[in-house]
Design a protein around this ligand. Structure first.
Ligand SMILES: Cc1cc2nc3c(=O)[nH]c(=O)nc-3n(C[C@H](O)[C@H](O)[C@H](O)COP(=O)(O)OP(=O)(O)OC[C@H]3O[C@@H](n4cnc5c(N)ncnc54)[C@H](O)[C@@H]3O)c2cc1C
Ligand code: SF4
Length: 486
């Protein structure tokens, strides 16, 4: 345990942000770390509960009280060893995870929970700084060749685990750079791309082969893919949802992902023709969630005249609602750092029409207020409220309406069964598709989700692939770290 009285003595402290005025002038990360003495105190707040609910709150089963204790003791190297035993990429989750573990923290019942995510980030950053994150090259190779399609967190985690088991792994990525949505979805100000490159460098040194600009089923033939001993499909779920209303095809109605990807490419020094800019525009972001919030942050950095956000669902309560009691993930209002940079947020609002001028340019949006009729046992019904029609000036509408599922190109060509949501079908027990040597993990299997789930599924699927190839596996299962040699 950290310190018997730690949670009584010390309050929770989180890292701070640079002032809004300063941070919106660039695309850099803007968090300001706590000093080592403060992080040590934060670690000591952990009560080392008999049943640490944080373990089950974390999809990876991270060994949270154990690394908190090590941080309190100043044993940073051991903390890193424990953290890496269950999480391949704590530098991603330590920055971007919504931290369901903290919502399940027992201290959260009576006080602010332990700042687990921030402790995680500090451990991994310290480990990189000290040179403790080194390639783990397997002693023996099995001779089995595995293809991983997709280099998002699921694909990278699966690749690293399978490589550790001694298999020869090739990762195929259709983009020009690796990382999946970490690279071109999530903006730089949330995750600087050097953080991904630093990890890829380790993976390459471990022996994993990467092929970028390799779009399997398009410019990389499926017949060649089939020659691998096993295949793990981690292609994500990035089919964009549209808004099929009048004016939807007008200039100025743009998919959020296109807008975000273009900006990241510009930050990375790549050429982007006709970049969509929010500069001096009235921007309306349709759809909440992470993607919507990232559009708000990017629009403010472009210098938008105004940024407005529409959400069709009701405004969640400011505190945990009775429908999601502790230790569940709470239904509760989330205000991101991007929202705090300037955004007019509106709930229970439905967009009815995009209004354009004679040149076909977007000038306004027409909306109506709505309410949801809930009848037990039936699907919620959306009711439009008469007399609430409103017109909003708008030069740029960003559609952040979520994703309808994975693309069908691989399932069609490989003959993979999909479920009723069009996700690639496999259970969380086997991660195996209807074709025995083909496995699937991450968003492609579960639908658009979270980084932590992608890493978790990549790890679990890797173990199943290893079992399939070898008849047994020494790779760890969830929450049961492999504790690599220090
Ligand atoms: C804008 C945005 C912000 C987000 N912010 C957060 C956040 O703050 N925190 C969080 O936890 N989650 C966030 N998410 C969700 C998170 O990014 C995803 O859940 C996660 O990246 C899924 O990982 P994955 O590996 O399954 O798929 P992806 O990251 O989508 O990676 C799939 C990869 O497969 C490649 N691919 C697909 N088909 C082929 C093919 N045929 N051949 C070769 N390559 C192929 C794709 O190009 C892509 O690189 C966000 C998502 C978006 C869109
Ligand atoms: S990965 Fe996410 S849920 Fe797991 S310990 Fe880290 S912050 Fe918590």
């Amino acid at each position: 345990m950290g310190k018997v009285t730690g949670f009584k003595e010390f309050e929770r402290k989180d890292e701070t942000y640079k002032p809004v005025k300063e941070r919106v002038t660039n695309y850099d990360e803007f968090t300001q770390p706590l000093n080592e003495a403060e992080i040590t105190k934060q670690g000591s707040r952990c009560m080392d509960c008999g049943i640490p609910f944080c373990h089950s709150g974390c999809p990876l089963g991270n060994l949270i009280p154990d690394f908190n204790h090590m941080v309190h003791q100043g044993e940073w190297k051991k903390a890193s060893w424990i953290l890496h035993s269950t999480n391949n990429f704590p530098e991603f989750t330590g920055r971007l995870c919504p931290a369901p573990c903290e919502q399940a923290c027992v201290l959260g019942l009576i006080d602010d929970p332990i700042s687990i995510e921030n402790i995680e980030k500090n451990i991994v950053e310290r480990a990189f700084k000290e040179g403790w994150v080194v390639p783990q090259i397997p002693n023996k190779r099995t001779g089995k060749k595995i293809a991983v399609v997709g280099s998002g967190p699921a694909g990278l985690a699966a690749a690293q685990q399978l490589n550790r088991a001694g298999h020869t792994v090739t990762v195929f990525e259709r983009d020009d750079e690796l990382g999946g949505l970490l690279r071109y979805g999530i903006p730089n100000f949330k995750l600087e791309k050097g953080i991904i490159d630093r990890r890829i460098d380790i993976l390459e040194k471990e022996g994993i082969k990467f092929k970028t600009n390799a779009n399997v089923g398009v410019n990389y033939p499926i017949e060649k893919l089939k020659k691998f001993n096993a295949i793990v499909l981690c292609g994500g779920a990035t089919q964009k949802r549209g808004l099929p209303i009048e004016g939807a095809d007008s200039e100025g109605v743009v998919q959020a992902m296109d807008f975000l990807t273009q900006q990241t490419k510009v930050v990375l020094g790549k050429e982007v023709k006709d970049q969509v800019l929010a500069t001096d525009k009235h921007v309306i972001v349709i759809g909440g969630g992470d993607t919507g919030s990232d559009c708000v942050g990017t629009s403010n950095r472009h210098g938008a005249k105004s940024v407005t956000n529409f959400e069709i669902m009701p405004k969640p309560p400011g505190h945990r609602s009775p429908s999601t009691p502790w230790p569940y993930w709470p239904l509760q209002l989330k205000t991101s750092s991007s929202h705090k940079e300037g955004c007019d947020r509106n709930w229970l609002i439905n967009t009815k029409e995009f209004i354009t001028n004679e040149k076909g340019e977007l000038t306004a949006l027409k909306t109506v207020n709505v309410e949801w009729k809930m009848v037990p046992g039936q699907r919620p019904e959306l009711i439009e409220l008469e007399g609430t029609e409103k017109t909003w000036p708008c030069d740029l509408a960003l559609l952040a309406l979520g994703f309808t599922g994975p693309e069908a190109i691989l399932s069609d060509q490989l003959g993979i069964e999909t479920d009723f949501r069009s996700n690639y079908k496999a259970t969380t027990v086997a991660y195996q598709t209807n074709i025995p040597k083909i496995f699937t993990a991450g968003d492609m299997r579960r639908g658009q989700s979270l980084i932590v789930w992608a890493i978790s599924e990549g790890r679990e699927a890797a173990r199943k692939v290893d079992e399939y190839l070898m008849g047994y596996s020494n790779l760890p299962t969830k929450g049961n770290g492999d504790l690599p040699a220090m």
